[in-house]
Design a protein around this ligand. Structure first.
Ligand code: SAM
Length: 233
């Protein structure tokens, strides 16, 4: 109500029903976009151990980062793939329900004052180079090399209402479904099951699980802690 300068809920409702831009702004305000580069570094250590060897077996593969927020996770994975010599063979698809954060993700510009924390995360994630090689500092921003995400697709996509749009060898979806009730989680699990190639990997991170999902039996656990699962049927 404050943001739209109206006095009552019904006035806000009226605006929402008649102006799609108001709905968009409300959604922007409500979605939780907290993220970080190399967030939960042990996830990336496990990704190197459990997913990279599988990716090496494909001449070409697709990685979907679902719920990518402002792109920190996308650039972290792109750096990992670059260090593993896989950049040219893996195409990243980064999606989020919130178009404004997808636009920011595309730019790859993050706050400079976060770089110290992200450098520590990068080292703990098994990074092998000097982290500052990947960005150029300008005023209070760090601009990451656009070449890291060459060929990547950034798009708005709603996990709850939009359909499957491709077949993937890897899907990562971390810190997204924690906000969903059980029926919504089941819906998204079905979407991921349908979008994964046979023997593809679903990477959920420490806070989510495939347990209780209707597709639990179709997956083999690769890492119980980091919640990495391989589709086996
Ligand atoms: C807390 S952030 C997590 C970002 C990143 N995956 C990470 O782990 O750092 C959650 C993201 O999920 C997105 N999200 C929420 N509901 C969604 C939906 N139905 N479809 C796609 N993305 C959604 C939000 O917009 C937000 O950017």
């Amino acid at each position: 109500m404050d943001g739209e300068r109206v006095e009552t809920v019904s006035a806000l409702q009226d605006l929402l029903l008649h102006d799609p831009a108001v709905m968009e702004r409300l959604l922007l305000d409500l979605s939780v976009n907290v993220t970080a580069m190399f967030r939960d570094p042990s996830f990336y250590v496990s990704f190197r151990e459990n997913v990279v060897p599988a990716l090496r077996t494909y001449p070409f593969s697709r990685l979907w980062v679902a719920g990518c927020s402002t792109g920190e996770e996308v650039y972290s994975l792109a750096i990992l793939l670059e260090e593993e010599g896989l950049s040219d063979r893996v195409r990243i698809f980064a999606t989020d329900i919130n178009e404004a954060v997808v636009d920011r993700a595309r730019l790859g510009v993050f706050p400079l004052d976060k770089m110290q924390e992200y450098t520590q995360n990068y080292i703990r994630a098994g990074g092998t180079r000097s982290f500052s090689e990947y960005y150029v500092a300008r005023y209070d921003s760090a601009r990451f090399a656009g070449s890291l995400v060459d060929g990547a697709v950034f798009a708005q996509h709603n996990l709850v209402s939009d359909a499957a749009f491709n077949e993937f060898q890897v899907i990562t979806c971390r810190n997204v479904m924690i906000y969903f009730a059980q029926p919504l989680q089941e819906h998204v699990h079905r979407l991921f099951y349908e979008s994964l190639a046979m023997f593809g990997v679903l990477a959920l991170g420490q806070k989510e699980t495939i347990r209780f999902s209707p597709h639990e039996r179709s997956f083999e656990e690769l890492d119980a802690e980091e919640r990495l699962y391989k589709k086996i049927s």
